[in-house]
Design a protein around this ligand. Structure first.
Ligand SMILES: [Zn+2]
Length: 361
């Protein structure tokens, strides 16, 4: 199948075409296609979205096993997210190993691009919507349990570097090929810098679940901005004010990664849910723990995040890059995120305001 139109190449839209066969992009060309394409969309042709931080959607959570995970994947796929990492919230290492085991078939089949452990190695002071009774320091045995898993299964871990053993754990996880993101952390500026210097390469939802940037105590936010780390950002208008999120997207377009942090209510609607066993109420599209009122993930899809970014003044090409190529590079997933020969044939059509018109392939 040949798709011709306004394609996103390296950072900009240009007239071009691509050929898909056997679920792959087989050829890509610039300029007008010489002949009659099978599809000639009038909108903007972009790669499928890559979400590296999501807990579920369509009423299902990634902690609930393979069938539930497939429900969540299908819900997000209908909104243009064609590559997903399953984020698991804080649980005991034993529980997490069981949840990981249940998702093995989906990683092996390629339905899931891997698994992200968002706990239990996070700070009690910045626990967000995580179960405080199950938080833990990244002690050697627990880290070994994760680094001993087959490569490519657990692709990312969120970690607070100030915990006992935190810096050593970052080194060990990194050495095992697991991406470490600093997050849910009470670290100050200096300690966060150390975390990046020993191997953390990203930050979990910048600004959320960490101290605010203060003029005399700039904290992990400044450490992240001045590092070369990937900057996860939830662009839902609730977790970070839209003008600030838009500024970060424009100023750091080469390393912002739009994420959803979506929970089960994404693609579904308001109501009562759970996140990691804790009760959550979703009202007006905002998810909060019923107990503490803490934000409990979002209910957006990446398509919403891109449209929100464009509405706040981010160029369409930059917003899409933050939801595709940057996300793939962050996690080291080489066959998605760009319209490039050899990559998976995940192709979307957006309108000028970033809204998803259709999934083309
Ligand atoms: Zn999360």
């Amino acid at each position: 199948m040949i798709i011709a139109g306004n394609l996103l190449f390296e950072g900009a839209f240009e007239p071009g075409w691509l050929e898909c066969a056997d679920s792959r992009i087989t050829r890509v060309g610039r300029g007008r296609f010489d002949g009659t394409p099978d599809l000639a969309p009038e909108g903007f042709v972009v790669p499928g979205f890559v979400d590296v931080h999501s807990h579920g959607g369509g009423g299902a959570a990634f902690t609930e096993g393979a069938d539930a995970a497939r429900t969540a994947l299908a819900a997000h796929r209908a909104h243009g997210t064609t590559t997903m990492i399953a984020s698991l919230v804080t649980a005991t290492i034993g529980e997490l190993l069981q949840q990981v085991e249940a998702l093995v078939p989906l990683v092996v089949s390629g339905e899931l691009a891997g698994i992200h452990l968002e706990g239990p190695w996070i700070s009690p002071q910045q626990k967000g919507a995580h179960d405080p009774g199950k938080l833990a320091a990244p002690l050697d045995d627990a880290v070994t349990a994760i680094t001993s898993l087959p490569p490519g299964l657990v692709r990312m871990a969120t970690l607070a570097p100030e915990l006992p053993g935190g810096l050593a754990a970052i080194r060990r996880l990194r050495a095992a090929g697991i991406v470490v993101a600093l997050g849910h952390t009470a670290a100050d500026y200096t300690l966060a810098r150390r975390g990046f210097s020993v191997g953390a390469s990203g930050v979990t939802h910048l600004f959320n679940a960490m101290p605010d940037l203060l003029k005399r105590d700039p904290g992990p936010v400044l450490a992240a901005l001045e590092s070369d780390a990937w900057l996860e950002l939830i662009f839902d208008g609730h977790h970070v004010a839209a003008p600030l999120a838009a500024f970060i997207c424009r100023r750091y377009a080469e390393r912002v990664v739009l994420i959803t942090d979506a929970m089960a209510a994404a693609c579904l609607g308001d109501g009562d849910y759970t996140l990691g066993g804790l009760p959550v109420r979703v009202a007006g599209g905002v998810a909060r723990l019923t107990t503490t009122g803490a934000l409990a993930g979002s209910t957006i899809t990446l398509a919403h995040a891109v449209a929100n970014a464009v509405a706040a003044g981010v160029e369409l090409a930059a917003a899409v890059r933050c939801a595709t190529a940057n996300a793939a590079a962050y996690l080291g997933i080489s066959n998605v995120g760009r319209l490039r020969a050899g990559n998976l044939a995940n192709v979307l059509e957006l309108d000028a305001s970033g809204r998803l018109l259709r999934v083309l392939a």
